[in-house]
Design a protein around this ligand. Sequence first.
Ligand SMILES: *Cc1c(COP(=O)(O)O)cnc(C)c1O
Length: 365
Amino acid sequence: MNPRSIAVRAGRGAGRPGDPLNVPPVPASAFHAGGAIDYAREDNPTWQAFEEALGALERGRAVAYASGIAAVEAVMRLCPLGGVVVAPQDAYSGTRRLLGHLARQGRVGVRLVDITDTEQTLAASDGAALLLIESPTNPMLGVADVPVLVDGARGLGVRVAVDNTFPTPMLARPLDAGADLVIHSVTKFLAGHSDLVLGAVVARDPDVGAWLADERTSFGAVPGPFETWLALRGMRTLALRVERGQENALTLAHRLEADPRVVRVRYPGLPTDPWHARARTQFDGPGAMLSFELPDADRADRFCGAVRLAVHATSLGGVETMLERRARQWGEEAVPEGLIRVSVGCEDVEDLWADFAAALAEAAA
Ligand SMILES: *Cc1c(COP(=O)(O)O)cnc(C)c1O
């Protein structure tokens, strides 16, 4: 089945007469003895529904966590003590922050690479325990050559995890390309409404999935049943949201590119983008994330303060268009001062452009 249909159908239980169409949130700490679940740090029926749906979308065994970063941390525990993790130099800032902590404690070694540079990445992966890929990158929107990286890493005996938060399973399915693990900040596009924090790992090998679930019970980074239920509810409309967001993003990218006040637009859907050709072979669409640069921090700050429909906020993947000057965040010193990252939402595109045009005028005044 097409992922659009899977997102609607998967994780609904057996569907016996009289059953509700949706698995409800199950707020429980304990279950009557003798059944499949004893205690709610081990499992929960609402997690099972969510994990079944996400597992069907990514084609693996999904395990849900309290946050996206808890999911990244769980994957790091697959590395032996002192094992080397190769990660993008512009990986999500929270992931770099976590890797820094783990490296200082001696739990892992970290090599940061330009993940769009396949040769450099594979050279750094020799002898490593894990290659962590993000593509497109945040916020520079560089595109990694995932199939070639996966093949090369496998040849070196290196496990590969792909953070698929930006493309979502609507646009990329890294396990099909041979990756071992997929990571999601479910907080973003999967849940899609900016009203919860949740994470997930999807393992190609069911034994690895079972190991992760067992570790989750030991370490306790468990999701809440209400968050998990909301996330599954949001996932039902994933295809609609991603498709509208990327349609809007393409229109905005073309208009921003044509505007003389804009220094540069980074969006793999633009034919002029350096990653356009690679993105076309790797993704089923260019996605809903774009970045553009104004000449300096001052003008970018004024733009962010001037928008009325789009929201000035740091997250992404919601139904609402969200934007921020990315260099103001922790760990983003390498990002151009005037770069604005935009998570394009589901509003009417002409309303969005009117908002952007007015904010561009205000920023330039
Ligand atoms: C937000 C994000 C994370 C972290 O997820 P949280 O749910 O905020 O803990 C990890 N990776 C990427 C690409 C993200 O955007």
